[in-house]
Write a protein that binds this ligand. Structure first.
Ligand code: FAD
Length: 617
């Protein structure tokens, strides 16, 4: 079949692919999304939830760039929770349980309605080559589609193998064929490939769960949305159930460990440390006699329940036995068994900051194929690749994201500099500038860029400009008026009677002061709306910390020659992840500079290390 040519072809309709296709199309270039099945666009392969710690920041940033993930997740949200609500705003993460069917429907609807974007169904089996450069794709039916650039986002499909116990079969995910031919074509590029694995739990029939005896986890009363454009909840809200594994569950799993694909030696790929299977938990945390399980409904009118916390590659009969040993699940029926999947990934150090392969002109990679795990990480990479592929077609320079302006920048820098040793997922601890990279200010950080490069639609642009005006008005009142300590105290705010005049912003920087406290001093602020109040408050609160953080980071650069004593212990350094404590203990770096080069070491982690070294001196 003959197809017309495109500027950008995106291969794969998962989370990376849809975001990449939308980004390119919003930039105004002719874009095609080629995927195996139109109805598979926007499928959530694993947990029916979007966001969380670090991940929620990524979704906010995608939204600030006018992407689709946040808006679809809000429309599909059946339970909204702001994680870390009691901690500071910098580490709070919006999360929403999604109605899987609504999410898919909304992503498909937005994709069908996006200007400059065609959806083509088919399996991409090869690339059209122009010398060493990729110049389009070839489909399984032999048709050829030329393009200026191609973005490959094939997820877990490259030589995917599904494992349930000792039964293994080729598969991209349950019910889908793997991409073998495309993997063979990639072999011919001599790319550095590796093997990773991930797993998913059995799905349960919610009608067979005894909800009556389980604890209930409702959503927040005041839902926090992902999109800066969402104003209200759309879908029916539900609660999740909570249950726990017990001694009997652990005994069943322990007895059958050798029958799991993982422990039976059928899997060579490395799995995500932060999302361990239930067999991993039982081996690694042998001292624990119980693990929590969240029973998450997959939709408001869907009986399927996702038991978060018990992903597995054990045989089906063992899955049935251990599930039924759990309180409330005694009669539970498994609708689909859990499984593990192994797949090829490309070492992301072979990519530029724009996610283009350094040695294969015209080819960009985004998503799980780059060694990451998670919908949000995939979508954020799709955004980067989509914008850059479009800009390349338009003859414009690259748009890159930095560690100081976004979590997207942190992730791209981590991937392209350090590569991955296990599936990469985002955490707030990876971002050294996290005080300024808050989920609440993602629009202030990134929407101006979106407007400048032309990827923000008119609705986004006008909503942003209108909000910025309101913010500016409130800030200028707070900045221009100042008060004596006596005046401040008379408004009921405790302050040092040091004779110094303070502006409204200075007063808001006190940790316990809220916007409402300063309104009596400046009555013209009484009409400021809730959203602007909280934003101004947070910006003021963090202003001093951010200035201090920046000073610390430049001081740290000077400290790189600092010698680490041989006897130094990395254990128990507060804020330093277990993973890094172990890596440092193994590597025994001699200086701070050497420690900085250890895989996964972030400037934030270095700052913690330096503080401990100074303390112990
Ligand atoms: P995908 O969402 O997998 O999309 C790939 C797309 O490419 C699909 O639309 C497919 O049809 C298409 N495609 C593939 N090959 C071709 C081809 N040759 N031609 C045309 N189209 C093609 N994430 C977590 O955060 N936590 C977890 O616990 C977790 N567990 C997981 C368990 C399993 C079993 C699986 C499969 C995934 C799991 N994930 C988990 C990962 C999460 O699903 C992915 O990270 C995310 O979906 C990756 O997005 P993606 O766009 O890169 O790929």
């Amino acid at each position: 079949m003959k197809h017309s040519a495109y500027d950008v072809i995106v291969v794969g309709g998962g989370h990376a692919g849809t975001e990449a296709a939308h980004a390119a199309a919003r930039m105004g270039v002719r874009t095609a999304l080629v995927t195996l099945d139109r109805n598979g666009i926007g499928i959530m392969s694993c947990n029916p939830a979007i966001g969380g710690l670090g991940k929620g920041h990524l979704v906010r940033e995608i939204d600030a760039l006018d992407g689709v993930m946040g808006r679809a997740a809000d429309l599909a949200g059946i339970q909204f929770r702001l994680l870390n609500r009691r901690k500071g705003p910098a580490v709070q993460g919006p999360r929403a349980q999604s109605d899987r069917a609504i999410y898919r429907r909304e992503i498909l609807r937005m994709t069908e309605n996006q200007e400059n974007l065609d959806i083509l169904e088919g399996e991409v089996t090869d690339f059209l080559m122009n010398g060493q450069a990729v110049a389009g794709v070839v489909l399984a039916d032999g048709s050829v589609i030329p393009s200026t650039s191609v973005i490959l986002t094939s997820g877990t499909f490259l030589r995917g193998v599904i494992h349930i116990g000792d039964v293994s079969k080729p598969g991209g995910r349950m019910g889908d064929k793997p991409s073998i031919k495309l993997a063979e074509r990639l072999d011919s590029f001599n790319l550095p490939l590796g093997r990773l694995k991930t797993g998913t739990p059995p799905r349960l029939d919610g009608r067979t769960i005894n909800w009556e005896i389980l604890d209930e986890q409702p959503g927040d009363d005041d839902p926090v949305f992902f999109s800066f454009l969402t104003r209200s909840v759309s879908a029916k809200q539900v609660s999740c159930g909570i249950t726990h594994t017990n001694a009997r569950t652990h005994e069943i799993i322990q007895k059958n460990l050798e029958r799991s694909a993982m422990y039976g030696g059928h899997i060579e790929g490395v799995g995500p440390r932060y999302c361990p299977s239930i067999e991993d938990k039982i081996v690694r945390f042998a001292e624990k006699d119980s693990h929590q399980i969240f029973l998450e409904p997959e939709g408001a009118s869907d009986h399927t329940v996702y038991p978060n916390g018990i992903s597995t590659s054990l045989p089906q009969d063992v899955q049935e036995a251990y599930v039924r040993s759990i309180r409330g699940l005694e009669q539970a029926v498994i609708l689909q068994p859990g499984y593990a999947i192994e797949y090829d990934y490309v070492d992301p150090r072979s990519l530029t900051l724009e996610l283009r392969l350094k040695d294969v002109p015209g080819l960009y990679l985004a998503g799980q194929i780059n060694g990451t795990t998670g919908y949000e990480e995939a979508a954020a990479q799709g955004m980067v690749a989509g914008l850059n592929a479009a800009r390349e077609c338009l003859g414009e320079g690259p748009v890159s994201f930095s560690r100081s302006n976004s979590y997207i920048g942190v992730m791209i820098d981590d991937l392209t500099t350090n590569g991955v040793a296990e599936p990469y997922r985002m955490f707030t601890s990876r971002a050294e500038f996290r005080l300024s990279l808050r989920a609440d200010n993602a629009d202030q950080r990134l929407t101006p860029l979106a407007i400048e490069i032309g990827c923000a639609g008119e609705g986004r642009r006008s909503a942003f400009l209108e909000k910025s005006n309101r913010l500016q008005q409130a800030r200028s009142v707070l900045e221009t008026q100042s008060f004596t300590p006596k005046q401040v105290a008379a408004a009921g705010i405790r302050v040092n009677q040091d004779g110094n005049r303070r502006t409204g912003l200075d007063i808001l920087a006190f940790p316990d002061v809220v916007f409402e406290d300063v309104v009596p001093l400046m009555p013209e602020l009484s009409g400021v709306d809730e959203g602007i109040r909280r934003q101004v408050e947070r910006d003021a609160l963090y202003a001093n910390y951010i200035a201090r953080q920046e000073r610390e980071i430049s001081a740290m650069k000077r400290d790189e020659g600092y010698v680490i004593p041989e006897s130094f212990s990395y254990e128990g350094i507060e804020g330093l992840s277990q993973e890094l404590q172990q890596k440092l203990t193994r590597a025994r770096p001699e200086t701070l500079a050497q420690a900085a080069r250890i895989d996964g070491m972030t400037p934030a982690a270095l700052a913690l290390l330096l503080a401990r070294l100074r303390r112990d001196r």
